[in-house]
Design a protein around this ligand. Structure first.
Ligand SMILES: *Cc1c(COP(=O)(O)O)cnc(C)c1O
Length: 403
């Protein structure tokens, strides 16, 4: 809750106290001041976008250990561009046809337990998803949600890539997937959009053999909301870049920076590709570059420790409230983020968890808590995006909305 006048408030747009986490619907995270400053400075001069992407590629390569990288319009756009790169390679005829995929291998094999709403990003490029395994972790009848032979069995002539989506509940080891995919000459695309911190994850997926990995720029990196990165193999990044960057006007003067796109690998100047409607401007690019530089300098334990201290404070503040039963997740792991799961006893609290969540939405500023367990009689509080004052305000509004 900043003291200065709100650009939203001035226009009657309600602001949000974000206790949900880095969810895009409530605008993700707050961009770092240093990144804002870089965006403002970026806005004052012209630059060739390909030169800027080539610079970003170098930085992404340095911090991830990958051969190259690309700044995309969010991690989801990064998945679209990854799918497009795996399907088209350096074939202009296929690029020009996407999202129609006649003549191209267009299937992406994905463990069913990894499927989520973001898979539309793969399909946007024209890819078809081929689900394998069980759709539930630890489901009876399988050692794991997916067995290696199931991935192997789904691979055929139409396969373009294997997708792997990481998350806290994932149990499938990436190297095992990489081994199968690489034995079949197929790339592995990793969606690690929300898997930072730990900062070590920036290098982990590449080390484990991922050919392309996508991270959000607008979550914990705290770059511009509409930014993301993909890191990976130089040929695939070049294909994604060719399909995203604006093309030139005259083939005779098409001179992309060789570090990003080796023109000799492509049959001349490209046309605008599937990525053109997901453009990244110079401001977002520089904002992401600066945010990434600042993110890698941070001490994870310190950052997570601050979130967790605030989570403990919220849990303690709600502990004495009639009808509420707050509990911390990961209470004993200093490296893992804790959130607060607050059980709501409808009888004693005078409201159900659902009614409370809805009432908090109607506050001004709007208060958003996590609703994933609302039908089990609980709401959650993620303290990553709260200040200490906002955490106290949240506690106050929760109390005020009890029956
Ligand atoms: C947030 C998220 C995305 C999308 O990231 P954006 O940067 O918002 O485009 C994709 N996949 C997963 C698993 C995510 O959590």
């Amino acid at each position: 809750m900043p003291d200065e006048p709100s650009v939203y408030g001035e226009r009657g747009i309600p602001t949000v106290i974000n206790a949900v986490g880095t969810h895009t619907r409530v605008s993700g995270s707050l961009i770092r001041e240093g990144a804002v400053e870089a965006m403002v400075r970026a806005s004052r001069e012209f630059v060739h976008l390909a030169d800027l992407q080539a610079y970003a590629s170098g930085l992404i390569a340095e911090v991830t250990g990958a051969e190259a990288g690309l700044v995309t319009d969010g991690a989801a756009a990064g998945l679209t561009m990854s799918a497009a790169a795996c399907m088209a390679g350096n074939d202009y005829a296929i690029m020009n046809r996407l999202p129609h995929t006649e003549g191209a291998a267009n299937e992406i094999v994905i463990p069913r337990a990894h499927r989520n709403q973001y898979e539309v990003a793969f399909r946007a490029a024209g890819a078809e998803l081929v689900g394998v395994g069980l759709n539930k972790l630890g489901a009876p009848g399988g050692r794991e949600d997916v067995e290696p032979w199931e991935i192997e069995n789904a691979i055929g002539d139409a396969t373009a890539a294997v997708a792997y989506v990481d998350g806290p509940e994932n149990r499938l080891a990436l190297p095992e997937v990489v081994e199968i995919a690489h034995a079949n000459d197929l790339p592995v695309i990793v969606d690690a959009a929300a898997e930072l911190p730990p900062t070590s994850n920036l290098t982990r997926y590449v080390e484990e053999g991922a050919d392309l990995v996508a991270f959000s720029g607008g979550k914990s990196i705290r770059g511009p909301q509409a930014s993301g990165i993909i890191a990976g193999r130089k040929d695939l990044i070049a294909s994604a870049a060719v399909q995203m960057l604006p093309s030139g006007v005259d083939a005779a003067v098409w001179d992309p920076p060789a570090e990003l796109i080796d023109a000799d690998d492509f049959p001349g100047m490209p046309r605008h590709g599937i990525g053109r409607p997901m453009k990244v401007g110079k401001e977002e690019l520089m904002g992401l570059v600066r945010a990434l530089e600042l993110f890698v300098e941070e001490d994870d334990r310190e950052v997570v420790g601050e979130w967790n201290a605030r989570a403990r404070h919220v849990a303690e503040s709600l502990a004495g409230v009639e009808g509420l039963d707050p509990e911390l997740t990961n209470p004993n792991d200093p490296d893992a983020k804790s959130s607060v799961v607050v059980g709501v006893d409808e009888e004693r609290a005078g409201v159900s968890a659902l009614e409370l969540v809805r009432a908090l939405h109607a506050e001004d500023p709007r208060v958003f808590v996590g609703e994933s367990r609302v039908h089990q009689g609980a709401f959650t509080v993620d303290t990553q995006n709260l200040t200490d004052d906002e955490a106290d305000y949240l506690v106050d509004r929760v109390r005020a909305n009890l029956g």
